[in-house]
Design a protein around this ligand. Structure first.
Ligand code: GTP
Ligand code: MG
Ligand code: ZN
Length: 375
């Protein structure tokens, strides 16, 4: 493609058509600047709205195009293209290829299981990480803390949404539940909502209208129902939870990015049974901000808050200001994080060596494809 074609008004790569097509998905001047070096190559900017087995759907000024991710699927799972990424995609071809993705502003990462040192990116470039927690089942505060640690670590602002508020028998009970979660989540808005009767939705609408939000949580928490309520139409499939355990059937199977009416983009994700921490030291610190504040007042700066004299953390537990459960949970997550970081370091070193060998082969393939098809 020549540069004059690239700037004609009807071209899918002209700045005005790019802006009108992609602004609903979060395109802004800063992304345009990031993309600028790719424009002379004739590539189109776009946002990944779904990834599915080596293929992804990318929204571009040319409409939604299916693209192959072979060039952006390195061995490192942290560098695999994912829903929410902004990419440079080929203007034509069958298949088209995603050539690269733009540097991520934020990324929500978990380790795939607590025993494996492998990170998995669940969503990229999100401004709000919405942790959906069902009020139809007993609250698991430890799980909320774990989700929040990863949310803080991602760089996004966490929000806890307590779903199915219509199933809570009375306002007083609801108030207590919200309070319990609030003490578990300093600095995090906690919003009770009901997709069924619409209660609380207006506050959430205001949150999600600014930027990109991702819905995270267990299967059956009501994420897709909430997505539909925010969209004002049934786009996502919803299924009744399996039984009294309140767990769903994993109705949603891919991560989908949707443009909301008004403004804002929303990523609905498949339910997660659990989330392992992934190098989330500062995230853990933010979830337990009040403990870290107390710790700064301990007599010894390396206080382990076990039996040291002048320990402000233990004093707060004694005074009933800090629940003991919080300290236990804090310790548990810190230990888990240290374990995962230690493993990752060893794995990364091995990985980097292998990566150098592979780079030679990949570079060659990329050059050939480029010469052969569209350069
Ligand atoms: N009473 C009530 N039920 C709800 C509400 N929101 C969702 N549900 C029900 O909860 C069940 C699961 O909802 P989904 O939206 O499919 O849950 P999900 O979190 O998307 O589940 P996965 O896609 O498997 O992760 C469905 O039967 C919904 O009708 C609500 O606000 N009130
Ligand atoms: Mg769903
Ligand atoms: Zn202490």
């Amino acid at each position: 493609m020549t540069s004059s074609a690239a700037f004609s008004a009807s071209s899918p790569s002209s700045p005005s058509s790019v802006f009108s097509a992609l602004a609903p998905y979060g395109w802004d001047d800063a992304w345009a600047d990031e993309f600028a070096p790719h424009e002379p190559k004739g590539l189109l900017p776009g946002r990944v709205i779904r990834v599915d087995r080596g293929q992804c759907d990318v929204v571009t000024a040319d409409g939604i195009v299916r693209a192959d991710t072979a060039f952006v699927t390195p061995n490192d799972p942290m560098r695999v293209v994912c829903t929410g990424d902004w990419v440079a995609v080929e203007p034509a071809g069958n298949p088209r290829y995603v050539r690269t993705y733009l540097p991520r502003r934020t990324a929500f990462v978990r380790s795939t299981s607590s025993n494996r040192s492998e990170g998995q990116i669940l969503a990229a470039n999100v401004d709000h990480a919405i942790v959906a927690v069902s009020l139809a089942v007993e609250l698991d505060l430890g799980r909320i803390e774990r989700f929040l640690a990863l949310a803080w670590e991602s760089g996004a602002q966490p929000v806890v949404v307590l779903t199915k508020a219509d199933l809570v028998p009375d306002a007083a009970t609801l108030g207590h539940l919200v309070e319990d979660v609030e003490t578990t989540a300093p600095g995090v808005p906690v919003l009770p909502v009901s997709s069924l009767d619409g209660a609380g939705l207006e506050v959430l609408v205001a949150v999600v209208s600014g930027g990109t939000s991702v819905l995270l949580g267990q299967s059956g928490a009501g994420k897709s129902t909430l997505a539909n309520a925010l969209l004002g139409e049934d786009v996502m499939d919803v299924q009744a939870t399996r039984d009294a355990d309140g767990k769903g059937r994993h109705t949603t199977t891919t991560r989908n990015l949707l443009a909301l009416p008004g403004s804002g983009a929303l990523i609905d994700t498949p339910g997660l049974r659990g989330v392992g921490l992934w190098d989330a030291e500062s995230g853990v610190g933010q979830v337990f901000a009040e403990i870290e504040e107390l710790a700064a007042r301990c007599r010894f700066h390396d206080c382990a808050h076990e039996s040291e004299p002048g320990c402000a953390v233990l004093a707060a537990i004694e005074d009933g200001v800090l629940p003991e459960r919080r300290l236990d949970s804090y310790r548990k997550l810190i230990r888990e994080n240290q374990r995962i970081v230690a493993k990752t370091d060893a794995r990364l070193r091995a990985e980097i060596k292998r990566d150098w060998k592979r780079k030679g082969a990949q570079g060659k393939a990329a050059m050939e494809a480029k010469r052969g098809r569209w350069a």
